[in-house]
Write a protein that binds this ligand. Structure first.
Ligand SMILES: [Zn+2]
Length: 457
């Protein structure tokens, strides 16, 4: 048998078979054996988890806005990946906006890679962007290794990333179908939003009324029908309106290739609880009512919602207009990368879910949907990426102590269940002083420099 570099023993290991006590053997950065706890496996380095700790696969967060280059004061690769590691997230996939340039052509992708390369503490992949006028360039971005393409059906919030019209969306989907690319969609309908009252002022209810469920539901219906017509794969980002769940389930039964994610904030907060003027809660689509939140949890239980990812979308405190508390002018986006696991676990355990469920939503399924190879499972052949989690520990979130670049988050002061005690990347503990993260390409993409390195392992 291969000589091992590392053996990790834990009383609870999240694996295919549940949460058994296991001994995990690692060689050259990959898991090579998962055996009973008392197995005689030995290695140069041996680690035994404390009795209150669980070994989870490193989480895979496929929805992170790093904002570098161009808006590095909002976050950046160094701070984002440090926060990710501290939160048990060992792989992120970066969104194609709000960096400048946005990742809408191969030159912009090269700029992203150059910015990220020297400073990542976790592995990082990239989404491309589909905007008006770049349909013919999508194939080249796909070949360059992006995991898929993000588009908006409504104004994105930044001028340099315009949204697609219905016709442009269908054209882009048709193009993606030709190479089986994945389209990930911000699904809100601009006509419904134009017809709703404009967001202004400090009252949360007014902001909520400006982004009604109907805007999401209408746009999702359109995504479903165009995915059905073109045969392309589509993924609904940050689902907030639970009213859309029945039609998503029905489309899937018909064989439409559609998947869906939601986010920790929709599963944690409720509109009823958001204080007026508290723009740290502003995001689009918005946090909705308590009954909607419970329906989202049922969507996870039923398997209609595939996964939970952060949509970490920070900005500077100034742009949140915290003094004025005006939901109309504040930047929309919630900062949560480092606390997502504990936030979801807190709410999940209260509803009777197991840690294995959380690992499926936050590691396994995001990796599968995006095509992030070798991630998301504790199983032989996968990267030895681990999150050491103490599920019964209690933490009170101190926003200033998080690694996020800006200390604005609606989780500030929240009491959460579970603490991340460590994160491992390819068989070594992540050291905040020594960035070892690699740049990832989609399974099946042309082999670039990072990929060649991956294969050598
Ligand atoms: Zn986003």
């Amino acid at each position: 048998m291969t000589e091992l570099d590392l053996v990790v023993r834990a009383r609870r290991v999240i694996t295919e078979g549940g949460e058994p006590a296991r001994c995990v053997g690692v060689a050259a950065g990959r898991i090579v054996a998962v055996e009973p706890y008392d197995s005689s496996l030995t290695a140069a380095r041996s680690v035994v988890l404390e009795d209150d700790e669980v070994l989870l696969p490193g989480l895979v967060d496929t929805h992170v806005h790093v904002n570098e280059p161009g808006r590095t004061e909002w976050e950046g690769f160094a701070s984002a990946t440090r926060a990710a590691a501290a939160g048990g997230v060992t792989t992120i996939v970066d969104m194609p906006l709000n960096s400048v340039p946005p990742t809408v052509d191969t030159g912009a992708l090269a700029a992203k890679r150059a910015a990220a390369e020297p400073q990542c503490h976790v592995d990082v992949g990239f989404w491309g962007g589909a905007i008006p006028g770049n349909t013919r360039g999508l194939r080249a971005l796909h070949d360059a290794g992006v995991f898929g393409f993000k588009c908006f059906l409504v104004h994105s919030g930044v001028e340099e990333f315009p949204h697609l019209t219905a016709r442009g969306f269908e054209e882009a989907l048709t193009e993606l179908r030709s190479f089986d690319g994945l389209m990930i969609v911000h699904a809100e309908d601009p006509d419904v939003i134009d017809g709703a009252p404009a967001p202004r002022g400090a009252r949360y209810d007014d902001f909520l009324a400006s982004r009604p469920r109907g805007a999401e539901d209408t746009a999702i219906a359109q995504v479903i029908e165009l995915a059905r017509r073109t045969g392309a794969r589509a993924h609904i980002l940050h689902l907030s309106s639970s009213d859309a769940l029945p039609m998503i389930a029905s489309a899937r039964r018909d064989g439409v290739r559609i998947t869906v994610e939601t986010c920790p904030h929709y599963l944690t907060f409720t509109a009823e609880q958001v204080p007026d003027g508290a723009t740290q809660y502003k995001c689009c689509p918005p946090i909705r009512e308590a009954a909607n939140r419970e329906s989202l949890w049922r969507g996870l239980a039923d398997g209609v919602i595939d996964c939970v990812v952060s949509d970490h979308s920070p900005c500077t405190p100034e742009l949140k207009h915290l003094d004025a508390g005006d939901f109309g002018t504040a930047w929309g986006g919630i900062s949560s990368l480092q606390v997502g696991l504990s936030a979801v676990w807190t709410e999940a355990r209260a509803r009777g879910f197991a840690l294995a469920d959380v690992a499926r939503w936050m590691a396994e399924r995001p990796a599968e949907i995006a095509g992030v190879r070798g991630k998301g499972h504790i199983a032989a052949g996968h990267d030895a990426d681990f999150c050491v989690f103490a599920p019964d520990a209690v933490q009170v979130v101190d926003a200033a102590a998080l690694h996020h670049k800006n200390p604005v988050t609606p989780y500030a002061g929240a009491t959460l269940s579970g603490a991340v005690r460590g994160a491992w990347l390819r068989g070594e503990p992540i050291d905040p002083a020594r960035p070892r993260g690699r740049l990832l390409t989609r399974a099946g993409a042309a082999v670039g420099a990072s990929e060649a390195e991956w294969r050598k392992m």
